[in-house]
Ligand binder design. Structure first.
Ligand SMILES: Cc1cc2nc3c(=O)[nH]c(=O)nc-3n(C[C@H](O)[C@H](O)[C@H](O)COP(=O)(O)OP(=O)(O)OC[C@H]3O[C@@H](n4cnc5c(N)ncnc54)[C@H](O)[C@@H]3O)c2cc1C
Length: 558
């Protein structure tokens, strides 16, 4: 079953009319960051053209009906707590352009072999009660964490989602620090997740509610900086749930596209940009794969990965040697494999959770998460992969026929496979056979907690690292964060040391993808930072240009 405009727009046919010859701004790529940037530029009255390589819009925010008739599957991302918490995306008012959010009964949870579930209920007291039943004291510890969130959560989000350094938002967060324990809180946020989870909680259920969210990024459980992501996602989940767009992720992208078009912007699909043309240190045009050139009066925003921008789209002579040197050390986040299933009935969990969670984390201990991280770091395909699982019909019944389930799971892999920690001798070719063997391994992981799952499978689709990248060039081997989230490539070091902002060494060219600060996830901040930088520079040029124009007019006697 599909709902109107669920994924139809994201499978749009190529635009037949010729592309514009000159515009104020070209946005390369229609991922969420590209579409946010395009919207903000169009709001400022700029003539904006988005050029998208794929036949559909949305980048990693897309859905399709390819797995099984009557089912909608999100091709990549699914849950958008960061979008709902993002001031930029909230301010777009996408609900007026057709976007409707919905949520599963529980935001997220983890099953245990004992039959217990760790679950985030919509009501924090209910979460606390359920944790207390599993391990007395953990409920209070959860509520203490929620109180910290109440005191400083909004300010932390604002500081993370604004350009680096976050002067005003950072000051607001600093002012709140005394309420949450001052520097102890700062220390906790950058401390390794294992230490924080062990100190805050006594039971594995509460620990996993926190730690499994850290494992969405590629930071080791024992690594510096692993706590902040887990805390943020867990607390947003408790506060706002893990919302999904009614009808599929594509409906989210479509609403951004509709908003853009109503503001006068234009999107052309099936149009790969192959070159950013630079003249006298300024981006002046882009060239497409078909050989067309579009001149830009103001700016180019690149919603492409940092390596793609600096190594492919720009001519070597236009990239400072320093940047090229740094790029050699650019680190991708983990590779990814994703499996989609169309199920004839809901997942047959051995013990049904009291509320169905939209997101299910499959791993029982921090040790399991740590082992998976170590295996990947050693180039090994994980033996017992940590799975992030989406029960999409539980969150949004329009995704599948009544009483059925549209299920997916993904897990991470090394980019360069040196061996298989599991029994299948997967070599890293990631051809059909290896994809299927890995998908079997993932399926068996779920089946351990949901015996009989296989009997309910109507269809299965496997998107290995190559298939991901073929559908979105930014997802190199399926890397979903535009580069590692580890501290050595964050803040002023993202994407390479010394850049840290959307500005590039080329005037009028801005990096607006997840490769830029603050990184992966659908929050639109990278796109918004790029658009605001472009608008700010244009204002500055006008201000500087005005006296010059007056002088020129005086000189010429006009
Ligand atoms: C499997 C998976 C699951 C995820 N789950 C979640 C989730 O649940 N929640 C969440 O918040 N985040 C999730 N993410 C991460 C999130 O989707 C990304 O961080 C986000 O989409 C990044 O947005 P972006 O605009 O920077 O890039 P992208 O979304 O990758 O978009 C880039 C766009 O640019 C286009 N492009 C690239 N090169 C060119 C070119 N030369 N010319 C023209 N067009 C070009 C691409 O085709 C693409 O459309 C997930 C990602 C993946 C892969």
């Amino acid at each position: 079953m599909t709902t109107p405009d669920s994924h139809a727009r994201t499978t749009a046919t190529p635009t037949a009319t010729p592309i514009d010859r000159e515009v104020d701004a070209v946005v390369i790529g229609s991922g969420p960051n590209g579409l946010v940037a395009a919207n903000l530029l169009a709001d400022a009255g700029w003539q904006v053209l988005v050029l998208e390589e794929q036949p559909r819009i949305g980048g990693a925010v897309a859905s399709d009906g390819d797995v099984h008739e009557g089912y909608i599957h999100d091709t990549f991302s699914s849950f958008y707590p960061l979008a709902v918490a993002s001031p930029t995306i909230r301010a777009l008012g996408l609900e007026q352009h057709g976007l409707r959010w919905t949520s599963a009964p529980a935001a997220f949870g983890s099953p245990f072999a004992s039959g217990d579930w760790a679950l985030v209920h919509p009501d924090r007291d209910a979460t606390a009660d359920s944790l207390d039943k599993l391990c007395p004291g953990d409920g209070d510890a959860w509520l203490r964490m929620c109180r910290d969130w109440d005191a400083i959560g909004e300010q932390v989000i604002a500081a993370l989602l604004t350009p680096f350094p976050p002067v005003r938002a950072g000051a607001a967060a600093l002012a709140r620090l005394p309420r949450v324990g001052g520097l102890d809180f700062v220390r906790e946020m950058i401390a390794p997740m294992r230490e924080v989870a062990d100190r805050r909680f006594r039971g594995e259920a509460a620990r996993m509610l926190l730690a499994a969210n850290s494992a969405h990024a590629d930071i080791s459980m024992d690594g510096v900086g692993s706590t902040v992501m887990g805390w943020l996602l867990a607390m947003i989940g408790q506060d706002l749930g893990y919302p999904v767009p009614v009808g599929g992720a594509g409906a989210f992208a479509s609403s951004m596209a509709r908003r853009l078009e109503s503001a006068g912007g234009r999107i052309v699909t099936d149009c790969r940009v192959t070159r950013v043309v630079v003249d006298a240190g300024r981006a002046v045009a882009v060239r497409t794969g078909a050989g067309e050139e579009v001149r830009v009066r103001q700016a180019v925003v690149a919603d492409v990965s940092a390596p793609a921008l600096y190594a492919d789209l720009l001519a070597e002579r236009d990239v400072p040697a320093r940047i090229r040197r740094h790029l050699e050390r650019f680190t991708w986040d983990y590779a990814t494999i994703k499996v989609d299933w169309a199920l004839s009935a809901p997942v047959p969990w051995a013990t049904a959770p009291v509320l169905a969670p939209g997101t299910v984390h499959v791993a029982e201990t921090i040790d399991e998460l740590a082992v998976q991280g170590t295996q990947i770091a050693a180039g090994l395909v994980p033996s017992d992969p940590f799975l992030i699982v989406g029960q999409m019909a539980a969150a949004d019944p329009t995704r599948a026929p009544a009483d059925a389930e549209s299920l997916w799971a993904y897990t991470h892999l090394p980019h360069d496979v040196r061996g298989d920690a599991g029994p299948d001798a997967i070599s890293g070719r990631w051809d059909h056979d290896e994809n299927e063997r890995m998908a079997d391994r993932m399926q068996m992981r779920i089946e351990k907690y949901a015996p009989g799952l296989s009997d309910r499978i109507l269809s299965r689709r496997v998107l290995g690292p190559r298939e991901m990248q073929a559908r979105d060039a930014n997802l190199v081997n399926g890397a979903l964060n535009g580069g590692t989230a580890n501290l050595h490539q964050q803040l002023v070091l993202r994407p390479v040391p010394g850049l840290g902002r959307a500005e590039t060494p080329i005037k009028g060219l801005y990096l607006g993808s997840a490769s830029a600060h603050p990184g992966g996830g659908v929050h639109g901040a990278c796109g918004s930072n790029a658009a605001r930088a472009a608008l700010g520079h244009a204002r500055l040029r006008r201000l500087v240009g005005a006296p010059r124009r007056v002088m020129d007019e005086l000189r010429s006697g006009r």
